[in-house]
Design a protein around this ligand. Structure first.
Ligand SMILES: NC(=O)c1ccc[n+]([C@@H]2O[C@H](COP(=O)([O-])OP(=O)(O)OC[C@H]3O[C@@H](n4cnc5c(N)ncnc54)[C@H](OP(=O)(O)O)[C@@H]3O)[C@@H](O)[C@H]2O)c1
Length: 269
């Protein structure tokens, strides 16, 4: 991807994580980026040549080819109203990372046919390890290659049906918080077993990465990997079964379902 100007409207947590990912992934070298927000003080340290920082969303859209919408859901309508007259369907691809806002709702506000892609990345984008699910409208089909090149450079990308976007939000975006809590709990356990907190966290993080890599590398099944490390009557199976007696898998699944129900309720609010 070359010479495509990317505007990130709403350079907050996720918008900035996307920017950092694009920078680390090398996309900034050939594609200029524009970052917008109303209060620019948090962006003062950004000084790369290829980056423009502004409060002016209209100017950003006028200069951009790809417009990534990364404001909070309640801020979206105002932003769309502000930029809609400056969206050129021949030029622009709109990419929304906003939770629980459908492509149809965006189309309704902008009032014209334009390529729209919904993307659900996670904050691991800043470490080039996002899992990003994408879905698009019919005009967006032709721009999927472009959107893939953005998100492929910051992790893995999967095309899904838009109806699965709420589920993707839970598993990809909220998933970061769930895995963090697992790592935190493992660290706490490690401290109780004698490690200092820093060492315990390093061990927990690397072991988590190792477990994920085993599956990412060979596409195997988690239970097969579990079988490899559980000796009959051994310590691993004893600990694992104790966790399951306390509802480990069940708690995780119930948590995912609760997040999913909440996100669906938000959609109706
Ligand atoms: N965090 C995640 O893991 C994650 C994952 C997937 C999707 N999302 C979605 O991504 C969106 C952003 O989430 P976030 O956590 O990054 O929120 P956030 O930190 O609040 O970022 C939103 C940013 O938008 C800016 N903003 C607000 N109104 C604006 C306007 N009119 N023009 C330009 N900028 C404006 C805000 O800065 P100012 O107040 O200075 O303008 C703020 O920095 C949400 O819709 C969320 O659902 C988040």
């Amino acid at each position: 991807m070359n010479n495509q100007t990317i505007a990130i409207i709403g350079a907050g947590n996720l918008g900035l994580a996307i920017f950092k990912g694009l920078e680390k992934g090398g996309l900034l070298e050939t594609n200029p980026v524009i970052l917008t927000k109303r209060d620019l003080s948090s962006l003062e340290k950004i000084s790369q040549r290829q980056v423009m920082i502004t409060t002016d969303n209209v100017k950003a859209v006028q200069s951009a080819d790809v417009v990534i919408l990364a404001v909070q859901p309640k801020q979206l309508i105002g932003v769309l109203e502000e930029i809609k007259d400056h969206i050129d369907p021949k030029r622009h691809t709109l990419v929304s990372v906003i939770t629980a806002v459908t492509i149809a709702q965006i189309e309704q506000v902008i009032g014209k046919d334009c390529a729209i892609v919904r993307a659900m990345p996670n904050t691991a984008i800043a470490a080039l390890q996002s899992m990003t699910c994408i879905a698009c409208n019919s005009l967006g089909q032709a721009k999927l290659g472009l959107v893939h090149s953005i998100f492929d450079c910051v992790g893995k990308t999967m095309e899904i049906h838009e109806e699965l976007m709420q589920a993707a939000t839970v598993v990809c975006a909220s998933g970061i918080a769930f895995w963090m809590r697992f790592i935190r709990a493992t660290t706490q356990g490690g401290v109780q077993l004698g490690f200092d907190a820093e060492d315990a966290q390093q061990i927990a993080v690397q072991t988590c990465l190792g477990a994920a890599s085993l599956l990412a590398d060979n596409g195997g099944h988690p239970e097969k990997e579990i079988d490899r490390v559980t000796t009959p009557q051994g310590c691993t199976i004893s600990g694992l079964n104790e966790m399951e007696h306390h509802g480990l898998s069940s708690a995780l699944i119930k948590g995912l379902v609760t997040s999913f129900e909440r996100i669906n309720a938000m959609k109706k609010d």
